[in-house]
Every structure is written in structure tokens, then in C-alpha cells.
Design a protein around this ligand. Structure first.
Ligand SMILES: Nc1ncnc2c1ncn2[C@@H]1O[C@H](COP(=O)(O)OP(=O)(O)OP(=O)(O)O)[C@@H](O)[C@H]1O
Ligand SMILES: [Mg+2]
Length: 225
């Protein structure tokens, strides 16, 4: 549970994500999706509740500790260093690994997401979709097992949407787990094993994409009709 000056942003939401799953969170603007991700990777403190990661409580962990434990995060508004190059951005994460290993990983993940040819370009010169891919590469340098993604398809050209889908599916094949917030209903329903629907800070539904699609109440809340 999380309150901001009296506003209950996340209201007793309980959710689990199993290893190897891709779980999606949808819900109207302001329904608490981003706050939920922020609570999970400890960017903000919760007022009540507990966060368990791989069998251990991380309720008091610092964000960087969650990263070291294997949580990766990408943001609704990408948090890149606009005046640094693509390569430099992937070198940023605070990891206890030496520079040459870090560089090796950066090259590997930039190639993986298809941005290696742009490694000397400034981040600000990338398209919206390329910036999303760069954030994914940057978090992958930490070799996370669980990725929290906030709106990975927002403001992304459709050709890059399919590239991002491919990246997520390949990473999942390697056994990684995903919790993805998205407004892109078509894409997220196609990608996820399970959907969680939020409204006004509460989890109002959960199920496989087909079940959720058939639920008229959810469609009413989500589409506002
Ligand atoms: N740092 C903050 N301080 C005060 N209120 C906040 C803060 N962060 C979020 N809120 C409020 O908490 C609620 C949930 O916000 P949140 O950003 O989690 O929603 P969201 O579902 O991600 O919305 P969107 O679809 O627009 O990204 C909103 O009422 C928002 O105004
Ligand atoms: Mg949000």
C-alpha cells in the first residue's frame, strides 16, 4: 500500500509473478501502475505490505540492492543521459564489475537489441523506440533475471515495437521473467501469459488475456465506456 499526501496510489495490491512468466499490468491513467513497479524495485517506500523476491523479503532493500539481486527496470519516460553516447549510457549502471567486463557486456547487449552500429551516437539523437531499446540494453548489463518495464511501447514506431517484442520473447526463452505495464492493449495482450488490471489503485481483475478480453466490466473501466 502506498499513499501520497492522502491519495492512496496503490491500495492493498497483492500480486505474484512466477519464474519465466510474462505478466502485464493495464489500467487507466493514474491507476497506480507505475507506483506499483516503483514499490517492487524499492524506488519508493511502501506504507504497508511486503515485497518478496526469490523467496526473500526485500521490503527494506535499497533500489541498487534490488538491481544486484537481479531486478532490472526500464522507465515510462526513459532515464538516459542525453548527452552521452549509446555506449557510454550502457556503461553507467553501478555494478561491481571491472571496466573491461562491463564493456564486453555492453557490446553484447547493444548487439542483442540491434543498436551496436549506433554506439557512438548521442542518446538524444535516437528515436523514441531506440531509446527504449537502449534502456533495455543498459539494464541487461546487470544481467537481471526479473525485468520490470514501464510502457516499453509508448511513443515507439511500430517497426520498433516488433523489435522490442522480439527482444522480450528472446530474453524470456533464456528463462527471464517480466512484469510489463502498457497502454498498448493489442501488443500487451499478445505478449503476456497473464494480465493484471488496475483501477484507482486497486487490482480489479487478473487472468489470462482471453479471460480479461471477455470481461465486459473491465472493458468498461478500461475504455471508459
Ligand atoms: N510522487 C508522487 N507524489 C504524489 N502523488 C503521486 C506521486 N506519484 C504518483 N502519484 C499519484 O498516484 C496515483 C497513481 O499514479 P501512477 O503514476 O502510479 O499511475 P499510472 O497508472 O502509472 O498512470 P499512467 O497511466 O498515467 O502512467 C496518481 O493519482 C498520481 O497522481
Ligand atoms: Mg505510469
Amino acid at each position: 500500500m502506498k499513499k501520497f499526501e492522502g491519495v492512496v496510489a496503490v491500495d492493498h495490491v497483492s500480486l505474484t509473478v512466477d519464474e519465466g512468466e510474462i505478466v502485464g499490468i493495464i489500467g487507466p491513467n493514474g491507476s497506480g501502475k507505475t507506483t506499483t513497479l516503483n514499490l517492487i524495485n524499492r524506488l519508493i517506500d511502501h506504507d504497508e505490505g511486503e515485497i518478496i523476491f526469490r523467496g526473500k523479503s526485500i521490503s527494506r532493500a535499497k533500489t541498487h540492492e534490488t538491481a544486484l539481486l537481479g531486478m532490472g527496470r526500464t522507465f515510462q519516460i526513459t532515464r538516459l543521459f542525453r548527452n552521452l553516447t549509446v555506449m557510454e549510457n550502457t556503461m553507467v549502471p553501478v555494478v561491481d564489475i571491472d571496466r573491461s567486463e562491463r564493456q564486453k557486456r555492453a557490446i553484447k547487449w547493444l548487439k542483442f537489441v540491434g543498436l551496436y552500429h549506433l554506439r557512438n551516437e548521442l542518446a538524444q539523437n535516437l528515436s523514441g523506440g531506440q531509446q527504449k531499446l537502449l534502456e533495455i540494453a543498459r539494464t541487461m548489463v546487470m544481467e537481471p533475471v526479473f525485468l520490470l518495464m514501464d510502457e516499453p511501447f509508448a511513443g515507439v514506431h511500430h517497426s520498433i515495437v516488433s523489435r522490442i517484442i522480439q527482444v522480450i520473447e528472446e530474453l524470456r526463452k533464456e528463462g527471464r521473467t517480466f512484469l510489463i505495464v502498457s497502454h498498448d492493449i493489442h501488443t500487451i495482450f499478445g505478449l503476456c501469459d497473464r494480465m493484471i488490471v488496475m483501477n484507482e489503485g486497486k487490482k480489479i481483475a487478473e487472468g489470462d488475456p482471453d479471460e480479461i478480453r471477455r470481461d465486459r466490466e473491465i472493458i468498461r473501466v478500461y475504455l471508459g465506456v
